[in-house]
Write a protein that binds this ligand. Structure first.
Ligand SMILES: [Zn+2]
Length: 477
């Protein structure tokens, strides 16, 4: 099967980086790009796609998500960030939410995520969660490319007073969770023409023992899969690691040999040396020197008043900076935009964290983190994971620089179509197999049940209205 795309603009890969090709074509054979060139293609084709009024870019690699939970953040976590936990919602909000979610609500969130991710530019998703088989099934159905890791840990955190974080051991130091995660990789990696891959995801730096992380590293090497770990994601976590080990979380990971190019570190937003922790440590150098990848999820933090200081400085250090959506909305379009803007604000400089920088992060850097040089680029031999953007729309016109327009102006409606593995997973904004009416009804139902049960696991048994009052009081009718 040979498909030919004649396009007005192509962000194509040449000489080691992205280039802007005006009036060109892409030949897709089965799941891969067979040829990229200038002008209109004149050879034989089974299907000719007219994209002369469109921009074709590589699909976005979204390196950090929790699909069975994140859509349920909406209408709940915004405007809330307890000062006793230095603005982090991890210890109160996530615990209360977790105890109130049904399996049905989680499935509704995964289903909803398929549609949301595709409509907003994700073609490769990295999922850290607890519903691997269901996520794999849905990604296979939707046509998404996915790296899926079942999370595990030695302990779980909790608070019983709203000001301290405690850790409850699991008893087996995470052995059962690790065995389950390894089995998932063995059972699911390579499915759907290789679109589904497994990896190892120990949950958080402060909930995993040295032994569990050492075992993880050895197994990941043996299986040839990436690892992911939340690190330097909150002040309480950072201080806990200093108390335990007399060093920063990243220094500790360096000491135990866990850093490296196969690690996708979630967040690293408050490392040693940053203003958030006021603790001197060469963490950025350690990340750069070890080749560790960072999954930067700007929105989940800046929404609460926390910003990395700064994305541009991490890039300058030579750290592989990838982008993830983490919370809701799960939009890579928003992720690119907020990453660029927040870094400029942090640095008081306009010419850093450019559209090109964040576009590279969302494509080439994400692919590198997954150890794949056939993703995140439009080049001969690469996977045909392509986004088709409008050039003429309220937000995209006038169009001179496609990448700047996508980063600073595009909305999801400007994304016309999306192709993964040479197959359209969305055409003219329609994602086949997913009815938005059904998705929203199921998600609303799941959320309603969750909101009604927040008191169950909250340490102070607060209701949703106590934990997170609505913006305005109810009108007296
Ligand atoms: Zn996360």
């Amino acid at each position: 099967m040979r498909k030919v795309i004649n396009a007005g603009h192509i962000i194509a890969f040449q000489d080691g980086g992205h280039r802007h090709l005006t009036n060109g074509h892409i030949v897709v054979e089965h799941d891969r790009i067979a040829h990229v060139g200038g002008g209109t293609f004149t050879g034989q084709a089974d299907e000719v796609i007219d994209a002369r009024h469109q921009i074709i870019t590589p699909g976005f690699v979204n390196t950090h998500s929790h699909l069975s939970e994140s859509p349920l953040d909406k209408s709940f976590v915004e405007d809330r960030g307890p000062r006793n936990f230095y603005l982090s919602g991890l210890f109160e909000f996530l615990t209360a939410r977790k105890g109130a979610m049904t399996n049905e609500a989680r499935k509704a969130a995964v289903d909803f995520s398929m549609h949301e991710l595709i409509r907003t530019g994700t073609t490769t998703i990295v999922e850290l969660g607890l519903m691997g088989p269901y996520v794999a099934e849905q990604c296979e159905k939707a046509g998404l490319r996915a790296w899926i890791g079942e999370m595990y840990s030695s302990t779980t955190w909790f608070t019983d007073d709203g000001r301290t974080v405690s850790y409850r051991p699991r008893g087996d130091d995470g052995a059962a969770g690790l065995a389950h995660a390894v089995k998932f990789v063995e059972d699911y990696s390579g499915r759907a023409n290789g679109r589904i891959q497994g990896f190892l995801s120990p949950a958080q730096v402060d909930t995993c023992s040295e032994d569990l992380l050492r075992k993880t590293k050895a197994l990941a090497r043996e299986m040839g899969v990436p690892t992911a770990l939340h690190t330097s994601q909150s002040v309480p976590e950072f201080q806990e690691m200093v108390r335990r080990h007399g060093c920063s979380p990243i220094e500790w990971l360096d000491r135990i040999g866990f850093l490296g190019p196969e690690l996708i570190m979630g967040h690293a937003i408050m490392p040693g040396g940053s203003s958030w922790v006021n603790y001197h440590a060469p963490d950025l150098d350690l990340l750069a020197d070890s080749g560790t990848n960072v999954a930067h999820c700007v929105w989940v933090y800046c929404r609460r008043g926390i910003a990395m200081d700064s994305y541009a400085k991490y890039l300058d250090k030579g750290i592989t900076m990838t982008l993830g959506t983490d919370t809701c909305p799960q939009s890579m379009i928003e992720g690119l935009r907020w990453t660029a803007v927040m870094s400029k604000v942090q640095d008081r400089r306009t010419e850093v964290a450019t559209a090109a920088d964040v576009f590279n992060s969302a494509t080439l850097a994400g692919a590198k983190a997954l150890g794949r040089d056939d993703l995140g680029r439009i080049a001969k031999g690469a996977k045909a994971d392509l986004l088709f953007w409008e050039t003429a729309s309220m937000t995209m016109t006038p169009m001179r620089d496609p990448v700047r327009n996508i980063v600073y102006s595009a909305q999801s409606d400007d994304l016309h179509s999306s192709m993964i593995d040479g197959v359209f997973v969305m055409r003219d904004r329609i994602v086949p197999g997913y009815d938005l009416g059904t998705l929203t009804a199921n998600l609303q139902k799941g959320a309603r049940h969750m909101w009604d049960n927040m008191h169950v696991e909250d340490w102070a048994h607060r209701t949703i209205d106590q934990l997170s009052p609505n913006s305005f009081p109810e009108y007296r009718a």
